[in-house]
Design a protein around this ligand. Structure first.
Ligand SMILES: [Zn+2]
Length: 136
């Protein structure tokens, strides 16, 4: 259920009617779901994770790994689908990640933690994602 560019909401009010209150809070107001609360924290199902707001394919399940941080974690994004933005909120300098297409908030990206050979952790809110399981 990917939206055409012409169908993408143009205003926050249009997003508000399209998303649940929790989806709106995280995706459009840069919120964070509580750790361990998201539906995809421990998911191992093969497939592709789409942006919950616009349907763009963002992460392959192959890139998902157990970070034990309480949010779904991926060591790579599908090229060109995720935009990085400096985030200076909460007294820290972090790198926020957003959907490259609809600019919705996904989470943050961290490097240098040594979890995987790619040494990168895209820490993403479950509520920002929708898993489309691969046909087997
Ligand atoms: Zn999107």
């Amino acid at each position: 259920m990917s939206l055409d560019d012409s169908e993408l909401p143009r205003t926050e009010d249009e997003w508000r009617v399209r998303l649940s209150p929790e989806e709106f809070r995280v995706l459009r107001e840069h919120g964070t779901e509580a750790p361990w609360s998201g539906e995809y924290v421990d998911t191992k199902t093969p497939g592709v994770y789409h942006c919950r707001a616009c349907g763009l394919e963002l992460f392959a399940s192959d890139a998902k790994f157990d970070s034990h941080c309480g949010w779904p974690s991926f060591d790579d994004a599908i090229p060109g689908r995720v935009r990085e933005v400096e985030d200076r909120s909460m007294g820290m300098v972090r790198t926020e990640i957003r959907c490259a297409r609809c600019d919705s908030h996904l989470g943050h990206v961290f490097t240098g933690e040594g979890f995987t050979p790619k040494d990168t952790r895209h820490c993403v809110n479950s509520v920002s994602l929708r898993l489309e399981p691969r046909d087997t």
